[in-house]
Design a protein around this ligand. Structure first.
Ligand SMILES: [Zn+2]
Length: 288
């Protein structure tokens, strides 16, 4: 055997060893050829007796059911969670629970059970981001202490600062994340550096509200809204809920996303729009 053949055999062995290390050591397969994948999880619903606080000047006395979603993203074998819905404990209350503005919140299936259906546990989530820190988005945040958390600095300062209640935040829901690895953001962030998953700064609903742009290979671009708008008509009419943190920022963020949706020919998926929910496929089915 020549020296050259020996060397290439050694190189192949090293590649196999490295792959085995990745498989065993990290517990997750890293494969850049895996297509980007999106699972939409059912994270509860809220029956609202009067939606006019969400759409000032109209819809007086009109009831609506708001859906609540979590989104799981698989990128090259690593898992990212976007929003965590109502707390799983809610699923144990058959009649649900009363919340702000007379809403009745329910969830029929826990987030943990939906992850388990896919063979995952909360410890498998490596990347974590929330559109914002309201309880219906961070209800299960405390489960994900091993993940790297991506948060706008303004949101982080409001959530972990001295007066979280001023912003409508309840730290009990997310306080275990204080010691996570936190990437504080002052604007957009291309999470994996390849344009596939991009956090977009869309402040207004809260000080550091963000949205998420996904560029899926087959489905095309999808923007996950957070609470940029709660349902389609509010987005189209540019209505800002009276309780938003900043009205001008809220309007600017809607305009920004409207322009981006047009430029990217993206779909805008509104987390709480239950009419749209009916048209979106849910986990264990997925989008690529
Ligand atoms: Zn909110």
């Amino acid at each position: 055997m020549t020296i050259r053949a020996l060397r290439s055999r050694w190189q192949r062995a090293l590649v196999v060893l490295a792959a085995a290390w990745l498989l065993l050591g990290c517990g997750q397969t890293v494969d850049l050829h895996m297509p980007l994948r999106l699972y939409v999880l059912d994270c509860g619903e809220a029956q609202i007796p009067d939606i006019s606080p969400w759409s000032p000047g109209t819809n007086e006395g009109r009831p609506m059911t708001f859906s609540n979603h979590c989104y799981l993203i698989r990128r090259a074998g690593a898992w990212m969670l976007w929003d965590s819905g109502f707390a799983d404990a809610l699923a144990a209350l058959p009649g649900g629970q009363l919340g702000n503005r007379g809403m009745r919140m329910r969830r029929s299936k826990t987030l943990v059970a939906q992850l388990a259906e896919l063979g995952l546990s909360p410890g498998d989530i490596r990347h974590l981001a929330f559109s914002h820190t309201h309880a219906d988005h961070v209800g299960n945040a405390n489960l994900f202490t091993r993940a790297t958390l991506y948060m706008q600095r303004a949101e982080f300062d409001a959530a972990f600062g001295p007066e979280p209640a001023r912003y409508g935040f309840n730290p009990a829901a997310y306080e275990k994340l204080r010691d996570n690895t936190v990437v504080r953001l002052d604007g957009d962030k291309d999470v994996f550096g390849d344009g596939s998953v991009v956090l977009l700064a869309t402040p207004g609903h809260t000080p550091g509200h963000q949205s998420l742009l996904l560029r899926l290979p087959r489905t095309g671009a999808v923007v996950l809204s957070g609470d940029l708008a709660h349902f389609a008509d509010n987005f189209e009419q540019r209505r800002v809920p009276g309780f938003n943190f900043d009205k001008a920022q809220s309007l600017a963020s809607m305009e920004r996303i409207a322009a981006l949706v047009k430029a990217e020919r993206a779909q805008l998926w509104l987390n709480h729009d239950s009419a749209q929910k009916a048209r979106i496929v849910h986990s264990p089915r997925y989008y690529e």
